[in-house]
Every structure is written in C-alpha cells, then in structure tokens.
Design a protein around this ligand. Structure first.
Ligand code: MN
Length: 348
C-alpha cells in the first residue's frame, strides 16, 4: 500500500509518460562516471519497465563503481564502442546534455529512435529529445523515476526500491542537503516500509573504502587553503607521484571542508594529466556553484557542481580562485545578513 502521491503531471510530463509507456524496447543511458543517482535511476526504471512487459537495456559510457553492485542487474552494460542494440526509445537519466554520454553521444544522436530525458538539472543546450520528464526542483532523478512508476501504475520491486533509495541518499548527502524535501522523505519512508534497510545501504555505499583511504584523505586535506576570511576553501591535487590523478574520495574531502563554520564554498580541483583537471564544487549557502562551474564549461546544481577544465592545474587554480572570489563578492552584495544578526544576538 503506497502513501506516496506524485505531483500532478504537466502536459509535457504527460507526453513523456506516454512516449515511455508506448515504447517496446528501451535503451537507458546516463553520464560518464555514473554516480548513485544515475545508476539507481536506471536500475529503478529498468525494473519498472520490465514489470510492464517492456524490454530494457542499460548502456553506460563508463563502468559502475563496485559499491553499487547490489542494484546492478544483468541488464547493465558498458559501452565497448560497437553498434547499439535494437531499440525504439533512448532514455537519458540524470543529465540532459548528450555530450555527457561521452563517446556514446555520436551513436545515440544518429540512432533512428525517439529520445527522452529524465532529469533534474538545468538545461540550456539544444533540445535534442522528443520528450522530457524534467523537474529541477526534484532532489534526485530517482524521485522522477518514482513519479514515473506512479504515473504508469507500475509496482516497485525490492531491486527498484533499493535503487531508488540509493538515488535519494546519493543526491541529498544522506538527507542533509537543502534539496531534502517532504517528497524525498515520503518516498524514502515508503521504500523503508517496503523492506529497504538504510544501515545496509549506508554500509555498501560509504563503508567500503580501501585501507589507503585515511592517508589519501589526510594528504588531500593537508592541502587546504582558505581565501576571503575562510569563506572559500580550496584543495588542489597535482598529479600523483609517477603521473595520473591523485586518488582520493573527493566527496569525503568536500564534506570536511564544508564542516568548517566559516566556509561557504568548497572546491576540490584535481589534475587528470598535465593539461586537464576536474573541479568539484559545493556550496553551503547562497553561493551558486553551478554558475562557477558554467564559467569553466561545466554544470550541475546551485549547491553541487563540477567541470572539466582544459588547463594545467596551476592555471586552473588561479582562474578558479579569481572567479570564485568575484562570485562570492556578488553573493555578499545580494544577500541580507541573518547570520550576522544571529551572531550579534548571541554575543549580547
Ligand atoms: Mn542527480
């Protein structure tokens, strides 16, 4: 028995549901280096489609991390550069920019099939799809998959339940970010009632680090630099000894940076090689990291965003700090100051 009621679908959403419902062979894809929201949304939707007698095949540009193995069924495949399987509909989940499917993008664009995007990111690029089930207010793409199941009248089996729970905890930082809303928690409660065990999911997702984790984390954290009176914290990670990226759980680094009271925006920039690096950016307050990432050709959300920067790490760091300080100054001008009022009250 479900207590979850999805919000009423818009006309655009209704058209998306119809397209999905009427497609026999569905090819699901997502972004490079798929995370828990991307994979969980795919796993949830696969189970929902199969329960309806539709065939579903997941094809991702990159292999999933082993922490997700509990939700990965035999329907998951990693692109080997070959021909796409026969399909009527492509569904891209947790991203609406086709280029984020990496080397799959060319073949997907050429495929003679309908295209559907299920996503919660802002899109400003081409409308390459036939229909979109997009809501930027949804905490996770998995929320949209749960809505789709409701609109299709499809059941949520144990694999789909665990998969959708994985999307929620991935994108809300285990229900602590500002995107955590009543819909998210209503769905989570329903999934737990249905048998999902939160502690087990937590263990699989977050307690399987290798023994080198504490040392790599502390090595990265030791590189913390503050700017603007500690409102901006940055960790830059040059290539590891012997070349290649410094291996560290950047979410773990960002969590610690954000735990510092003065920090409003936390950045980790990591060299991929001598001429390219990856940015992960997080905000605790009014600072919009999506705007920062967009300046470097990336994207994401207001509170969590990323980019691949085509320059050596020294230049990337300089450019990032300059851009972040400029945006930080603009953010300060825009916001009122409830915090300083609270500080004043506390001191008196
Ligand atoms: Mn997401």
């Amino acid at each position: 028995m479900s207590t979850y009621e999805p919000p009423a679908p818009s006309d655009e959403h209704r058209a998306a549901v119809e397209l999905l419902a009427g497609s026999k062979r569905v090819l699901l894809t997502g972004h490079e280096r798929p995370d828990g929201d991307c994979l969980g949304s795919q796993a949830g939707l696969v189970q929902i489609l199969k329960a309806r007698g539709q065939s579903a095949f997941v094809l991702n540009p990159d292999a999933p991390d082993r922490r997700y193995q509990e939700i990965l069924t035999e329907d998951f495949h990693v692109d080997d550069g070959g021909a796409l399987p026969e399909h009527d509909l492509v569904v891209m989940l947790d991203g609406g920019d086709l280029s984020r499917t990496g080397r799959l993008a060319g073949r997907l664009a050429k495929a003679d099939s309908k295209k559907l995007v299920v996503d919660h990111h802002l899109h400003d690029g081409d409308r390459w799809w036939d229909a979109a089930f997009v809501d930027t207010s949804a905490s996770a793409t998995g929320v949209l998959v749960r809505r789709l199941a409701a609109h299709l009248g499809a059941p949520i089996d144990p694999t789909a339940a665990r998969a959708i729970f994985t999307t929620l905890v991935t994108d809300t930082g285990w229900f602590k970010y500002s995107n955590t809303d009543a819909e998210t928690l209503t769905i989570a409660a329903e999934l737990i009632k249905g048998g999902v065990r939160p502690a087990e999911v937590y263990g699989d997702l977050f307690q399987r680090q290798g023994q080198d984790h504490p040392r790599s984390l502390s090595g990265a954290l030791a590189r913390t630099i503050y700017y603007a009176d500690g409102r901006l914290a940055l960790v830059d990670l040059p290539e590891a000894q012997g070349g290649g990226p410094f291996e560290v759980d950047s979410d773990g680094v960002l969590d610690v940076l954000r735990s510092v009271e003065s920090v409003e925006v936390a950045l980790v920039v990591r060299a991929v090689d001598g001429s390219r690096c990856k940015l992960s950016a997080r905000s605790k307050g009014a600072f919009n990291v999506q705007q920062l990432a967009a300046r470097f050709g990336g994207g994401g959300h207001a509170k969590a965003a990323g980019a691949t920067i085509e320059s050596p790490i020294e230049k990337a760091r300089t450019d990032l700090v300059e851009a972040a300080l400029e945006l930080l100054a603009a953010t300060t001008e825009r916001r009122s100051s409830p915090r300083s009022a609270a500080d004043a009250a506390r001191k008196s």
